[in-house]
Write a protein of this length. Structure first.
Length: 260
C-alpha cells in the first residue's frame, strides 16, 4: 500500500502475494466491475486514464448512488507497480485497534482525528463476518461491569447476535454493520456507535475519545447534509494520499496486471 495508486487491483504473481489476497481484503468484491469500466475507458482513450483514477471515481459514484454525497475527484493519478500482502496487513486498520492505534495509523497517511471519525462513517453500509468481532461476543467483558478500555457491546444486542446470527462453532455468517439501512448512506452508523452496538472494537473505540464522541454527538443531532459535507471532505483528503503523478508508476492497460 504505497498510496492511492490502484495497487489493490493487482493480482498476485509467482513473485509474491498481492494486497487483494491479504486476509483483510479477502471479502472485497467488484474487481470485475472495475476491469469492465477500465476496458471501456481504454477503448475510448487508450493509455490516458489510470486504474487508480477509475477506482477513485467509482468510490465517489458508489456513495452518491446509495444516497450519499458527491465530491470533486481530481484526476491524473498514475498506477503503482508494487502490491504486497505484507504491506496491506501492516497498514490497513484492524477491527481490534484501539483509538490511539487508529490515530497513529491515520496520522502516518497525513490524516487527522476528524478524518478518522468521518471516514469511519462509511461503515453505515456493508456487512461484517461474525469471526471479525467474535471477541466482542464471547470473550469480551459483559456490559456494565466497568472493565475494558472499549465499551462492550450492548448486552441485549450481543445476546441476540449469539442466539441468531453468530452461534459459537457455527458457520461464519454475516451481520449488517448498520442494521436496517446497511444499503443506504445515512447517519445510522453513528447512532449505532452511541448505542454501543458497533460490531468492531475499532468502531466502539471512537467513543473513548472525548473530542471524537463530541463530534459524533454533534453530527447526529444535525441535518444529514452536515455529515455529508465532512465525509466528502475527508474522502477527498483520503484520495490524495501518496498519489503518483508525472513519471511515477504507469497507466496500466489492464488493472489486474502491470504493463509488460
Amino acid at each position: 500500500m504505497q498510496g492511492c495508486d490502484g495497487s489493490i487491483l493487482l493480482n498476485s504473481t509467482a513473485a509474491g502475494a498481492a494486497e487483494k489476497d491479504a486476509p483483510p481484503n479477502l471479502t472485497l468484491r467488484g474487481f470485475d466491475l472495475i476491469d469492465r469500466v477500465k476496458g471501456l475507458v481504454e477503448q475510448a482513450c487508450p493509455g490516458v486514464v489510470s486504474c487508480a483514477d477509475v477506482l477513485a471515481l467509482a468510490a465517489r459514484d458508489a456513495v452518491a448512488a446509495i444516497g450519499g454525497p458527491s465530491w470533486r475527484v481530481p484526476t491524473g493519478r498514475r498506477d503503482g507497480t508494487v502490491s504486497t500482502m505484507q504491506e496491506a496487513v501492516r497498514e490497513l486498520p484492524s477491527p481490534s485497534m484501539t483509538f490511539p492505534q487508529l490515530v497513529a495509523l491515520f496520522a502516518g497517511k497525513g490524516l487527522d482525528v476528524r478524518d478518522l471519525v468521518w471516514l469511519s462513517g462509511a461503515h453505515t453500509i456493508g456487512i461484517a463476518h461474525c469471526s471479525s468481532f467474535a471477541d466482542r461476543l464471547y470473550s469480551y467483558p459483559s456490559a456494565g461491569n466497568g472493565t475494558g478500555t472499549v465499551p462492550p457491546l450492548d448486552a441485549a444486542y450481543a445476546a441476540n447476535l449469539r442466539q441468531r446470527k453468530c452461534r459459537m462453532g457455527g458457520r461464519d455468517t454475516t451481520v449488517e454493520m448498520d442494521p436496517g439501512s446497511f444499503l443506504t448512506f445515512d447517519l445510522g452508523y453513528y447512532h449505532t456507535v452511541l448505542k454501543h452496538r458497533a460490531l468492531f472494537r475499532s468502531d466502539a473505540a471512537l467513543v473513548t475519545d472525548p473530542a471524537a464522541r463530541a463530534d459524533i454527538a454533534g453530527v447526529v443531532s444535525s441535518p444529514p447534509e452536515v455529515f455529508f459535507q465532512v465525509f466528502a471532505r475527508s474522502m477527498a483528503r483520503l484520495g490524495a494520499v501518496q498519489v503518483k503523478t508525472g513519471s511515477q508508476g504507469e497507466i496500466r492497460k489492464h488493472c489486474a496486471v502491470v504493463n509488460s
